[in-house]
Write a new protein. Structure first.
Length: 267
């Protein structure tokens, strides 16, 4: 099991989708890990994706945040408080706030892992204490951090936000006002958006310590095939041809489904 982590916008979801897309299954040399050569993602029925995959599975660690049942809302509140009130400010958060979410997520991982040759869970883990706790729950967990130039991350995050908001017939300017970002950073502009990102999302990441087991990093500043090749190299998997448009289509589909889910929940 591999936890793929990094800043919001670093490319975690794309990495997970890359490992999950169906295609020709092959085995990496000297390993029992199966990998998939990416096929034609445009032919996918998203709802049947789990049945089509025979190798890696991708579990989005944010999935609990998108649920509206009472327990998920409670777990999400604790985790988001940890991020916004502590971790983004480079402070330690009380364990009782974030441990329950990680408990629930790792339980999902163990269930998914039982039916997969490989599992990639994508989730932002900023603090060492959280990483250590995850290893207590899953001792053989590997952690791969995606490093990226901040400017590339910010551009990618903005593009993703714009795509998500289009599905809700809104603009970034609408979101900026509704989230009251203008009260903190002034009127919306790329410069004010950058300041917000640097303050709220791209701070507080605690670096790996050499003594931490199973941790590695890869630079994905170069997007597209180069970035995905870097991920394959870091996981010691064979490089394969990538359906980049298919990956983009999957991400657009995911954002559209999230927008619809959130709109229905708000009614």
């Amino acid at each position: 099991m591999v936890l793929i982590t990094g800043w919001s916008g670093a490319g975690k979801t794309t990495a997970g989708n890359y490992l999950e897309l169906p295609g020709k299954v092959w085995r990496s040399a000297g390993s029992d890990v199966l990998h998939l050569e990416v096929g034609d993602a445009s032919l996918l029925d998203w709802s049947s994706l789990p049945r089509l995959v025979h190798g890696w599975k991708h579990l989005d660690g944010d999935n609990i945040m998108h649920r509206k049942d009472a327990e998920s809302l409670k777990l999400t509140e604790g985790l988001t408080t940890s991020f916004y009130s502590y971790w983004f400010k480079n402070l330690s958060a009380p364990p009782e706030l974030w441990k329950p979410y990680l408990d629930a997520l790792m339980q999902q991982c163990l269930e998914q892992r039982a039916t997969a040759a490989g599992l990639a869970v994508t989730f932002s883990v900023y603090r060492r204490k959280a990483r250590e706790y995850l290893r207590q729950l899953v001792p053989d967990l590997r952690i791969l951090r995606l490093d990226c130039d901040p400017e590339v991350v910010i551009c990618g995050a903005l593009e993703r936000l714009e795509t998500y908001l289009r599905n809700k017939n809104k603009t970034v300017q609408d979101w900026w006002r509704e989230a009251k970002k203008d009260e903190i950073y002034g009127e919306y502009s790329y410069e004010s958006y950058t300041k917000m990102q640097m303050t709220e999302y791209l701070s507080g990441m605690e670096p790996f310590d050499p003594s931490e087991p199973g941790c590695s990093c890869c630079d994905v500043t170069q997007r597209g095939t180069q970035g995905l090749d870097a991920i394959a190299d870091a996981l010691r998997l064979k490089r394969q041809a990538v359906d980049l448009q298919g990956l983009k289509d999957l991400e657009r589909r995911r954002l559209a489904e999230l927008a619809q889910m959130h709109s229905e929940a708000a009614r």
